[in-house]
Ligand binder design. Sequence first.
Ligand SMILES: *Cc1c(COP(=O)(O)O)cnc(C)c1O
Length: 564
Amino acid sequence: MKERHFEKRLPLTQDQIAYFCMEMGLTSAMPTYNGGLGVLAGDTLKSLADLRVPTVGLSLLYKHGYFEQHVDENGVQTSTAEEWDPHEFLQPLQATVTVQLEGRTVTVGVWEYSLKGYSDFEVPIYFLDTDLEENDPEARQITDHLYAGDDYHRFKQEVILGIGGIRMLDALGCHNITNYHMNEGHSSLLTVELLKYIYDEDKDMDENLHELRDRCIFTTHTTVPAAHDRFEKSMVESALGEGYIPRRMYEMSADEEERLNMTHLAMNFSRFINGVAKKHRDVSLEMFPQYDIEAITNGIHVNTWVGDHMRELFSYHIPGWENEPSMLRNALRLPRNELWNAHQAQKQQLIEYIREVNGTELNVDTFTIGFGRRMTLYKRPSFIFENLERLLKIHNEIGHMQFVFSGKAHPDEQQSQELIEELYSYMEKLGDRMSVVFLEDYSMEIAHHMISGVDLWLNNPRVPKEASGTSGMKAALNGIPSLSTLDGWWLEGCVEEKTGWGIEPQTETEHESLYNKLEYVIIPKYYQHRDEYQEIMRNAIAINGAYFHTDRMVKEYLVRAYFD
Ligand SMILES: *Cc1c(COP(=O)(O)O)cnc(C)c1O
């Protein structure tokens, strides 16, 4: 059946896509990612491979990963390097290229990750590495850590990714690339290098820039203006030398203080620009009114994020769903008791995992709320504890709750780290009145356990800061409804009381809305009207699982961006 489904390759072309991203979340044990951006990149490439779309991926090889998180009994986070052996996952290749940085030559090596789709179609992902003997000690460290070091360090990493990436594709013989997809602005220097490759002396600069634009695609992922990289002109020039970036390109992409804005650089030279949810497109258009920005709503790779028991259940009742995840709409047919049993089995797996790594014993019959993501201010991790009295009243009078939290705070962001301390101080206040678990060192593995094993997925970002969010999509695939502020993807995914619940502050505060939903709707359903709760679980799969996946998303990119 698998074979028949993929007799034909989807696009009728030999053209290739080159997909660039600063982080790449392919498998939990390979610490080349931080959060949603990297996991999305990995999920996207997996679906491109499933759909047999000729693609190569480009990223950096971080020998010391992002960081390993340790949290003490007061919630104080410390970090150590993530030691891993790239040989376990990747094949070092012979090819090298050089890049001029600060007037000296830096050699860039490359490792290949062979990503295989369903029918064994292969998408190679190239991880660039400056940790080579030819390089001086400083240059060797450029690709050490993901998102670490100062601005200048970051800029050098972006030089390796953007400029080194284009040169490496040439060295590896990838000459049929018609789409250079910049997933976030970190790789936008590729436009500068690509122009040098395609520059035609017989044409004027405008025509050459038009040719460049014709080859590039840009996806923006943030709503936070500060998250768009900007680099001082002096820094750019000392790294790349004066005049490396053509004046036209620089001027078009610089801010009032002549800093190079990487988002503008990418947007100016892309023929297609998109945000990652419809609302995010609107927010991006407000930030960047001079560009056409479209919306392609994110998704998740179903085969990566489905739990074992749900997979079995789906495969029995909806054969073929893995190759064609939109078939999950037939989840409306799943027998409620079987769905429940699969869910409980996955919940049991989560509980066992927590016992192993944390020593805490949660109860499989207690309503369990999960919250896992990067710890950062706008995501407001301890939001639900801000009125403990109300929460405890619901807990005691309506039905018991238990909580699972996880997430890393960036080691350079003091305020983000304090969010974990705040969570711990609430845990301390709650004492043994309520079980709250914090799992150290959030990863794709922990995310997988959580999004397949809790009863409710909580997300309360400060509106309108969430570009999309994808963890709630992973939960929906596993039949777990979300309770979330109406932002990002949830504006599209929330059908109130059918797929989950919105935190709606129209007539009350956000906190009241959250507690009222729990008290009057969600927890009574869970404990007293279980059949209604199960109905919502089923809808979460059939309505959201069947849509918010990267198979659908990649097809949108194919038709609207890559091969339009
Ligand atoms: C899916 C995922 C995320 C994204 O979480 P959001 O709630 O969408 O921000 C972050 N980190 C990991 C490890 C993930 O798997």
